[in-house]
Design a protein around this ligand. Sequence first.
Ligand code: SAM
Ligand code: SF4
Length: 340
Amino acid sequence: MPGSDVATREVLEPLVDGHGRPIGDVRISVIDRCNFRCQYCMPAEGLPWLDRSALLSYEEITRLVDLLVRMGVGDVRLTGGEPLVRRELWRLVAMLDAIPELDDLSLTTNGYLLERQVDELVAAGLRRVNVSLDSLVADRFFQMTRRDSLAQVLAGLEAAQRHEALRPIKVNVVALRDFTEDEVVRFAEFARTEPYEVRFIEFMPLDADRAWSRDRVLPNAEIVAMIDAVHPLEPLGRKVHSTARRYRFADGQGEIGFISPVSEPFCGDCNRIRITAEGMLRTCLFSINETDLRALLRDGATNEELETAIRDAVWRKELKHRIDDPAFIQPPRSMSRIGG
Ligand code: SAM
Ligand code: SF4
């Protein structure tokens, strides 16, 4: 693998954007396909999938991550589509885990295949996992994901929990107006009784059906109030570069988090970039422009050429998203084709 020999590893200048923000976190989509069809992400019939040959290979991903890590990007998260649908994902985890100076190696998954794969992923070096779970009631879970799989996802969470190496385990709940309200308190009780960190995420205009509208967003402030009325909360604030505002239950039994990109954007200290499954570098979830790293990789670019392309793109990283701007343009890619 180019550039990974410890003896010859060169530490590079930190990767910084044109607004002075150092980049420390990369989200890598390993596949655009998914076995679920969440209402807020994908159409019922799915999307036109990429050919296997279009996906970055594990060697290509590892080469990019190795370069990014040498530029100070310490946190790597694998996502998709559904990352566990990609064959032998554990092989990629092992390749990335072997990169020196990698601080964190995590996975975002819908949990359906987690029970089957978690042992080999942890053995390969996976350190953290986030599981998406939008309902704790089987028929409502079906309504949201169009799959009858709640039990399988809960089994995946339990299997992950058995691994001490995987901490913390986070549960992500996308909150939708006229759907999530009924379960807000149930999720709070789940956070109080189960060993998972539950975080509510506001619905963003990244759904393939383009059904997003502001009145479908359930602002996190409303959820906080609903929970606080039953189980009083105390704010813990937001750690730098973290997207979640955390609260603890006043009686000391557990914590809960809120990610509010719509009602309280946190773009000011965003330290994140993304690479899509076919190797497009994106500097914001809402980017309109992308940089084709796969073309460079497959045209025989040197590490220096790749580094220049990455630095140029990152320099132009968007200051903030413009969901509130009347001229806001929803990016052509929906969430599963970006890698959330
Ligand atoms: N399939 C995996 C999963 O669902 O965890 C990983 C990919 S999924 C695109 C990553 C995250 O994006 C999930 O937590 C999902 O709930 C979230 N997501 C998808 N569409 C969204 C939207 N329109 N607004 C907010 N979050 C969204
Ligand atoms: Fe699949 Fe994740 Fe999108 Fe749901 S949110 S359809 S699980 S990619």
